[in-house]
Design a protein around this ligand. Structure first.
Ligand SMILES: O=C(O)CCC(=O)C(=O)O
Ligand SMILES: [Fe+2]
Length: 205
């Protein structure tokens, strides 16, 4: 496996790790899964709809509504289990996430137009010793990251199609978000925009 660029301790980037062919195949897989588990704009606890469309793959999916954030075993609108986690994602997790304990959740984020994601920590997983592995597909994102306190200074980093980013160890609880997506920077996603996949171990072992 090629060496990543370490941006700050625990924040590792593999630029262009996925080939264009692998990127296209992943987009097709994810969009096919989204036929059964449609993208939704979840509400936050304050009742505001998120600009990012979301769905999940795997045993557990991240959902949000007025009662708060959590992992759930079913798609909230259809009541059905989430589509299976594709083997290619399980393989990537085994290489860069954890060699023994499989990923059980893949959150799929769809950014169209001016969609963005505010600064947050990923803290709904049972065990933060497992990393979060993020895969970027389509238009380039301006990703922002800081420290483990909201008031810590932040920096931005561009994430292009095929890039894989890992938050682990000292950066696992780093605040992060997406300021914006650069429209037209890629033609990978049908209809334009960006798809981000985050592989996680959400449930207890
Ligand atoms: O879209 C991204 O690059 C970040 C997504 C993210 O932070 C999340 O899903 O928790
Ligand atoms: Fe996140």
């Amino acid at each position: 496996m090629i060496q990543p660029l370490t941006i700050i301790p625990g924040l590792d980037l593999w630029p262009g790790l996925l080939t264009p062919t692998a990127q296209s195949a992943l987009v097709a897989t994810v969009l096919a899964a989204a036929e059964a588990a449609p993208f939704d704009h979840y509400e936050t606890a304050s009742g505001q709809a998120m600009s990012v469309g979301m769905t999940s793959l795997g045993a557990l999916g991240w959902v949000s509504d007025r009662t708060g954030y959590r992992y759930a075993g079913q798609h909230p609108a259809t009541g059905r289990p989430w589509p299976a986690m594709p083997g290619v994602l399980l393989d990537l997790w085994a290489q860069l996430g954890d060699p023994e304990v499989p990923a059980d959740a893949c959150l799929v984020n769809l950014y169209r137009g001016t969609a963005r994601m505010g600064l947050h920590q990923d803290r709904d997983e049972a065990d933060p010793r497992f990393p979060v592995l993020s895969i970027s597909l389509g238009d380039t994102a301006v990703f922002r990251f800081g420290g483990t306190a909201r008031k810590d200074p932040t920096r931005s980093l561009k994430l292009a199609s095929g890039d894989v980013l890992r938050l682990s160890g000292p950066a696992r609880m780093a605040f992060h978000g997406v300021d914006r997506v650069i429209a037209g920077s890629s033609s990978l996603v049908p209809g334009g925009g960006r798809i981000n996949l985050t592989l996680r171990r959400a449930g207890a072992e």
